[in-house]
Design a protein around this ligand. Structure first.
Ligand code: BGC
Length: 913
């Protein structure tokens, strides 16, 4: 019985109905439900307050009380021996910082919360939740790193080492109370205990710069232990530690692992199992070779039956070497792991030529295939992956560059065999199968598409009356999910897959409407800080598997945008607090490059504008190319303003004043160099050279109208209603147009079925978003079918503008919400929601004849300002009543064509003619 059902029963039994309850599955610690092995010593709590009655309006928490106990029993008994917050008068229900006794290594913690509503009625206690602490100090491990370092010069030339299998046995002689395992296996690893995999993580742990930091994961294995003999096994893949390439790619060494299994017994004693020289190792297991780009080869004839169970004869195995630890520190993995999150079934399988079959997954996806096959021992089945097909129906692999994207399975010949790789992943829609045994053709049942990414809660929910827009939203969602590999990658298919900073500039804000990315981007922001050089330089790629320190402005600017995004979308200040000193160093470092107030440092220009020739990657047409110094200077100005905002938030007024003063100098230099006073436009008046000054408020007020007119003229007459920007302009394009009264043009650009645009990609059958606007015709040297950079602020626009759900920066994390829809073009309805830290926010509008209906749902503990398209409140009704009589609605003012109301939590339906 969940809390809500309990409340109903109490009500029926004659108890007064309580308005607030705590959603049983929504107790969060550091954004996650019941995280294990965290290393934040002052974790933050959050919970969802729900209403027992859907019709309730204005439900607000007026106070809370949190109890944290060291055992489930104490918590049940109502004791908060670690922390009893007492009754705290506050409506906060997210980002509440733990303030109890110091949390020590390995400690378990159990907690619950109760809340009081605005009338002082107290809720039931929530269901209990828990978390545990990791190994907080390096000497808590008491374990050695083990592996197998090959002699110098004998490394695999193809960078595809066989997997390392590691094992040991141990005895459990007493009744176990709790057993926790902490481990880090680099590059990637899977852990087994008594014949079963521990947990369901894949490609674990998350990627980092191993010279700075390596992540460990923690599992509770109490139930997997057996009385008597036990066995533990670990498989190590290469991942990025043993780099898949060496030219330009950093290599860290041979795969290695550290593990500590801690067993506590009921009688109060404990024992441990740790990695060391007594462990055995084999490189002769079934994973004959692996790497992320090229694929995995698996020979089922070499399976080591029982290797992860006690009693296995490992006498032929070698002793594991105790090897040097990675140079970086060990830290807890605090973000969600990668998992197989979905399984796709092929929509077709076709015979291309004798022995060659082409499967179509119907969707450009990222992950791998599960193969089901029966045949004679020794048969080799090969799977090659690609995003598209050549005109003759064969796989088109030119755009994969050197990535082989090929998995090979050798049958053991024992009935139905199932295989899926562990230590590789591919970006693909099509699979070429060869080597299929027997005379019968394979059916679609031979393969399944296993979709793999960081297992963050999906929050995407958007639909409209435009099928084109809905398909674009689908493509954006699949593009974004396919580029999560514990870092945000540029692409998932070719021999690159790097964390390019520029690609995530405003796209990260777009992503926040697709997934709960708070913990993921908290992790990546730390990766970015880890990548900062002593002189303050921030690279273009992080982790720096490719070491690219160009000291340009546009790509590293993401280091400043991400903390602001996390603050706006989740009310998270901690990431900003931690990043601020590094931000300061970077701003200062770049300041050294200013020349008379202009910033000449730019590396990539407005990357990938639609070129004049369909086969080109980069335009050579001076009319399409934006001046790099204009880009860098405009950006630097904007970043100084942002840094000033951050400085004020963090109570650093001296910094703020200095940033503002410098921004004025940059502004003056920018105008002097690029403004054409006669026309009010900048430089050669490309779309991007108008968008940046408008969006960044660089254009003097008196010039804005002329500048906007020039942008509109360029879109209407030069690009005929199509996008004309590259990566940089695309980050602000949709918002600039809509903020300046041209939502119609934004809509036209977004849905254009002709070249170039997102709609063009759809009309060419794309199911993700391409790297290049001309992705169907360009040179394959740089032409991925699954890149997020050109998404820019498109999804921000869909949610924040078309649907109109936006956080209020003055009251961030959707604590106060702005509901301001922009009905555009011929759209007759838009419906969207966003799952915020306070619960689900929904907005939908429809036009029906002359009537406009706006339905809004606001979660408890929040409030919203709503823009209703009516020039007079008297013509607006809410749920059939005049707004003046509607409960929870307050008239604010009329502004242009809209009337603004303030609403409390609950569901509303506004209607106007
Ligand atoms: C990547 C891009 C990246 C760019 C910058 C490309 O190879 O795929 O997404 O931003 O390089 O140079």
């Amino acid at each position: 019985m969940d809390v809500r059902t309990t409340l109903c029963v109490l009500f029926l039994a004659g108890f007064p109905l309580m308005a607030a309850s705590i959603h049983p599955r929504q107790l969060r610690v550091e954004y996650r439900e019941s995280p294990l092995g965290i290393d934040v010593t002052a974790p933050r709590f959050g919970w969802l307050v729900t209403s027992a009655d859907a019709k309730t309006r204005g439900l607000r928490q007026s106070a809370y009380r949190i109890l944290v106990a060291s055992s489930a029993g104490s918590l049940r008994a109502g004791s908060g021996d670690l922390w009893d917050s007492g009754k705290v008068a506050s409506s906060d229900s997210a980002q509440i910082v733990y303030a109890g006794k110091p949390l020590t290594s390995r400690a378990a913690a159990f907690w619950k919360v109760q809340v009081w509503d605005q009338r002082g009625k107290v809720s039931e206690w929530s269901a209990p939740a828990e978390w545990s602490m990791g190994l907080l100090r390096p000497d808590d491990w008491q374990a050695a790193w083990i592996g197998r370092d090959e002699p110098a010069g004998s490394e695999a030339p193809d960078r595809r080492l066989p997997a390392r299998y590691l094992r040991t046995e141990f005895t459990v002689g007493k009744t176990v109370r709790r057993a926790m395992v902490y481990y880090c296996g680099l590059g990637t690893s899977e852990l087994f205990l008594n014949g079963a995999k521990v947990g369901d993580h894949v490609l674990s742990p998350g990627l980092t710069d191993y010279d700075k930091r390596a992540l460990y994961v923690t599992f509770d294995v109490t139930r997997q232990l057996a009385a008597g003999k036990n066995a533990i096994g670990l498989i190590l893949g290469n991942g990025r530690y043993y780099a898949p390439r060496t030219e330009r790619t950093r290599n860290f060494g041979f795969p290695k692992a550290i593990l500590r299994l801690e067993i506590e017994y009921k009688n109060g004693t404990s024992s441990m199992v740790v990695t060391g020289s007594t462990w055995k190792l084999s490189t002769r297991g079934p994973i004959v070779s692996n790497n992320e780009y090229d694929g995995e080869e698996y020979d089922a004839r070499r399976e080591l039956a029982g290797w992860d169970r006690p009693g296995f004869d490992d006498s032929a195995w070698e002793a594991a070497q105790v090897v040097a630890p990675p140079a970086g520190v060990l830290a807890a993995q605090m973000a969600e792991p990668l998992r197989v999150v979905e399984t796709l079934h092929p929509v077709s399988v076709k015979l291309l030529k004798p022995g060659v079959w082409i499967f179509d997954m119907g969707q450009n996806m990222v992950g791998w295939c599960r193969l089901r096959v029966t045949g004679p021992k020794g048969t080799q089945v090969q799977l090659r992956h690609a995003e598209t097909l050549a005109p003759d129906g064969s796989l088109y692999v030119d755009n994969l560059r050197t990535a082989r994207a090929t998995d090979i399975y050798t049958l053991k010949g024992q009935g139905v065999e199932e295989y899926e790789p562990r230590f590789t992943y591919h970006g693909f829609r099509y699979v070429e199968l060869t080597g299929w045994p027997g005379d019968a053709a394979p059916t679609t049942a031979a393969l399944q598409g296993r979709v793999v990414h960081d297992d963050m809660q999906p929050v995407a929910d958007f639909s409209s009356s435009s099928d084109m827009l809905n398909q674009i939203h689908h493509n954006v969602f699949w593009g974004i999910r396919g580029n999560y590999r514990s870092i945000p990658t540029d692409c998932p298919q070719r021999d690159e897959r790097q964390g390019w900073l520029g690609d995530r500039s405003q796209v990260s804000r777009s992503e926040s409407y697709m997934f709960d990315i708070a913990a993921f981007y908290t992790k990546w922001e730390r990766d970015l800080a880890d990548s900062q050089r002593a002189d303050g330089s921030i690279p273009d790629v992080a982790p720096t598997y490719w070491s690219l320190y160009h000291d340009d402005i546009t790509w590293p600017s993401t280091f400043l945008f991400v903390p602001g995004m996390l603050y706006d979308q989740y009310g998270d200040r901690r990431v900003l607090e931690r990043a601020y000193p590094a931000i300061k160093r970077w701003i200062e470092h770049e300041r050294g490059y200013l020349q008379d107030g202009l910033m000449p440092k730019d590396q990539y220009a407005d990357w990938c504008v639609p070129p004049e020739d369909p086969t080109l990657i980069h335009s050579k047409d001076p009319a399409r190319v934006t001046n790099p110094t204009l880009l860098a200077t405009a950006y630097y100005y904007h970043l100084l303003r942002l840094a000033a905002r951050y400085a004020r938030m963090l109570d650093q007024p001296t910094d703020a004043v200095a940033y503002e003063a410098l921004s004025e100098q940059v502004n003056a230099a920018f105008q002097k160099r690029f403004l054409k006073p006669a026309t009010g436009v900048y430089d050669n008046a490309t779309q991007t050279s108008s968008i940046l000054p408008l969006f960044f408020n660089l254009a003097p007020a008196e010039n804005r109208a002329a500048l906007l007119a020039s942008l509109v003229d360029n879109i209407v007459n030069v690009t005929n209603g199509h996008v004309g920007t590259g990566l940089v302009g695309a980050q602000f394009l949709m918002r600039t147009l809509t903020d300046n009264g041209r939502s119609d043009l934004a809509y036209e650009i977004a849905t254009q079925p002709t070249y170039p645009g997102w709609g063009y990609m759809v009309s060419k059958g794309a199911t993700t978003v391409w790297e290049l606007w001309n992705g169907d015709t360009a040179d394959p040297a740089m032409n991925s079918g699954n890149h997020v950079m050109q998404i820019g602020d498109l999804a921000v626009w869909m949610y924040e503008y078309l649907a109109g759900i936006r956080p209020d920066p003055a009251n961030p994390g959707f604590r106060h919400i702005l509901i301001h829809p922009y009905p555009a073009g011929d759209l007759t309805f838009v419906k969207a929601s966003h799952q915020s830290l306070y619960g689900k926010i929904a907005a939908s509008w429809k036009k029906d004849g002359g009537a406009f209906t706006l339905s809004v749902s606001i979660p408890p503990n929040t409030s919203a300002t709503v823009w209703v398209p009516a020039t007079d409140a008297a013509i607006v009704t809410e749920s059939g009543r005049s707004v003046a009589r509607a409960h929870g609605v307050k008239f604010l003012r009329t502004e242009g064509d809209s009337t603004l109301f303030e609403i409390e939590s609950g569901n509303y339906m506004f209607l106007t003619k």
